[in-house]
Design a protein. Sequence first.
Length: 690
Amino acid sequence: MNVSTEWSHFLRFTLRALYVIFVTIIAFNPFNVFAIAVVNSDNNIAEYDITVKIDPTTHRIEGRTVITTTSFHELTVALASHFEVTHASFDGMPLVLSEKNSDIIQSWKIPSSQGALRHIEIHWYGEISLPNGLPDHGATFGNTRPVISNFGTFLPASSGWYPHIVDTLANYRVNLSFPVGQRGLVAGKMIEESESSDGYHAHFEFPFPAEGIDLIGGPYIIGTDEMLSLSGKLIQLRTYFHSQIIELSGVYIDAVKDYIKLYESWIGPYPFTEFSVVSSPTPTGLGMPTFTYLGIDVLQLPFIRKTSLGHEVLHNWWGNGVYPYYPDGNWSEGLTTFMSDYAYKEQESSEAAYEMRLGWLRDFSSLSPGQDEALSTFISRTHGASQIVGYNKAAMTFLMLRDLLGQESFNRALQLFWNQQLFRVASWKDLRHAFEIESGQDLQIFFKQWLTYTGAPNLRITEARSRKLNAGYRVTFTLKQTGSLYQLRVPINIHTVGGLETRIFNLNREYQIFSFDLHNKPVEMILDADLRLFRRLMPNETPPILRQVMVDQTAATLLLPGNIEILGIAEALAVKLQHRFPKIISMTDPIPVTPLLVIGLQEQVDKWLARHKLPARPVVVYGKGSAQVWTMSHKNNAPLAIVSAKDAASLVAIMRPLPHYGRQSYVVFDGARVTERGIWPVRAQVVKLD
């Protein structure tokens, strides 16, 4: 599980994506404070002075915003439509509302001006009620609705909770007030805080150009510590934790210290003076400048400190320190994944790193044709396929780039990029420029093919032979790629009677014949045995995993006979697994050549397998637990996933955990607890040599 991979930054990136679309038809969404300027310009930076008072018991918020800017362009100021405005002025004169959409926004137009400092002041108030019950994972993901409650207050900037200038970066000062027992924060440096019988007050300042302001509150106990950065700067560290997890404060602060040290030495100085870990009553996993907002249950998982927390800390460099230029694609998620999730696997062991690369390639190979997108069009994770491209494919692109340039050149390029682009909007082109400067190489083709091509290379060795020479052996083989034409550095392992050799071959045509000489007699060749090349695995290379029937839109579902209760539960489970209403086929239909999900009780499953002359349940799951799930290949190597349960209660028990095991080939459950899981062995592309 990776919190960021699952949920992080969705709110921000979705609305940025909308802006990119709308601006092309001159119909931008003025509700989107994250639709940042597409060019870096000091004229597009404003200053906000916000005073806000929040009462979680009554769900009420009231505030005052003073905006100053030197921009001489016409401006649009926007605020969520459900707030009441008691005062609106521009340079001391009444400001007339220009638009109010009852469902989304209200906005004001500020006329163009020549060089004068402009002042806008708006006072507003409103009530934000708590939805019916706290949202679950799926409801939280992608939900921009603000919440004010005693459990926790979450006001994402994308909800329009404060008046803001559309399409403008801003520095800000925010004064917060909460009642006794509640505390809050926004991104930035805490200037002062106090607590008395009147309640809690805090003053924050963010002196850098920011994309928006997210406000968090709750019944927090605050833990504090500090550290010196490698540059000698004092960094204030805090936890804002609910009482039930306050004992974790120290270990989280210590982990943050380690991550800041790691990334300062790798990239450059930490850009801020604070970092906080904040608990959420809902299963969020968000990264903002100077803090991360993680669900209470998530924070209690011991591996989160070793994985997802580092991902969120790193976003203070990539995403919150340098902003992606979204019209050309979001590079920050892939680079963050490579330098956190994957880097931690490399630190763990070469085997762990291999398993992550294998997972990336398995996931991509599970996509049906046309289901992916070009990296240059990825903005945010909206479903499994977009994550596979925007996170995994992008991370592996950086891996291939590091393999091409070498570790030292790669790291110097990242440091150059950081120093050049801090608090600026940067594109894939800017990244490429930094890597070209440091390496001295022309990387145009490399970036073009991995950013703009959809799909991935399909590679295979079509023929290979060896012959004896006077002083050794000569091997001749043919490499073939299908689909788009890539320029590739293809690693080949050659096993000889004397040991193992690895060689790199530059493939730039559809068919290409290569020859090389060896001292020892060759035995076999293996294509990309270490999986360091992003490619679509051949059907016979990788056995099926559950995700293939979860993300493939062509997958069908078969519900085996049972009573009405069983059928209802099985259908609900199929919806959870496939994130859509399933394409249900009948028992009388032939087995399709597309991926197939079969759900039923054990007796019906065994009868169905025997009737269709399919392999019986594997020994590794036979007779174990209350439910077993496994995969196999059927017609044309299409994946088949079987969900077999002892009874209705056993099906219900796996409904929540099973969707999280998409990368497995088999899983055994005892109730909701996983007792065994695994992946069928990989079958490499091996060619024997005489």
